[in-house]
Design a protein around this ligand. Structure first.
Ligand code: ADP
Ligand code: MG
Length: 161
C-alpha cells in the first residue's frame, strides 16, 4: 500500500504526506490499511493537536482512532473508560490521547457542557468523532479528517489542515 496524495496528483514527486501543506488524500482498501495509515500519521503529531473526524457511520473513524493509539504506542490496558458508555476516553500514554465521540449528542448545549476546552489544554492528542455536531467549538488550528465510503472495503480519507 502507498499513500497517494493530492499533491502527487498535481505533479509533485512522492513525498511523505506530512510534508504536504495542502489537503492530502488517500484511498484505503481495508480496515487494516486505514489503521496502518493512522499508525504512520500518529508519528508526526505534536502534543496539543486536535483532530476533527467527520464522516458517515461506518466510514472508518473509530478504525483510524485505533491505529492512532497504536502509533502513539498506547497499550490497550490503559483504556480508562469503557467506550460503549462514555463519550470521552482517555488513553494515558507518553503522549496522552483523548477520544471524544459526539455521535449521541445532538444539541450544542450538551456538547458545550462536556468542557472539552480542558482537554485542548492538556498537551495530548484530542480526537473528536462527529465533530460536525458542534462546528463552532473547535480551536482554529484543528485539523479536519474526512472519511468517505467509496465502496464495500474502500474508504477515501482526506486530511484538511
Ligand atoms: P465509524 O467510526 O466511522 O462509524 P468504524 O471504524 O467503527 O466507523 O467502522 C468502519 C467499518 O467499515 C468497519 O466495519 C470496517 O470493517 C469497515 N471497513 C471496510 N473497509 C474499510 C476501510 N478501508 N477502512 C476502514 N474501515 C473499513
Ligand atoms: Mg465511530
Amino acid at each position: 500500500m502507498s499513500f497517494f496524495l493530492g499533491m502527487k496528483e498535481q505533479g509533485e514527486p512522492d513525498k511523505p504526506w506530512r510534508e504536504c501543506k495542502l489537503r492530502s488524500q488517500i484511498i484505503t482498501k481495508s480496515p487494516a490499511e486505514t489503521e496502518r495509515f493512522a499508525v504512520d500519521f500518529a508519528k508526526s503529531l505534536k502534543p496539543g493537536t486536535v483532530l476533527l473526524l467527520i464522516g458517515d457511520l461506518g466510514s472508518g473513524k473509530t478504525t483510524f482512532v485505533k491505529g492512532l493509539a497504536k502509533g502513539l504506542k498506547i497499550p490497550k490496558e490503559i483504556l480508562i473508560h469503557s467506550p460503549s458508555f462514555t463519550l470521552i476516553n482517555e488513553y494515558l500514554g507518553e503522549t496522552p490521547l483523548f477520544h471524544v465521540d459526539l455521535y449521541r449528542l445532538e444539541s450544542l448545549r450538551e456538547i458545550e457542557e462536556l468542557g472539552l476546552e480542558d482537554y485542548f489544554a492538556r498537551r495530548g492528542i484530542v480526537l473528536i468523532e462527529w465533530a460536525d455536531h458542534a462546528p463552532y467549538l473547535w480551536p482554529k488550528e484543528a485539523v479536519t479528517i474526512r472519511f468517505e465510503i467509496e465502496g464495500k472495503g474502500t474508504r477515501r480519507i482526506t486530511v484538511i489542515p
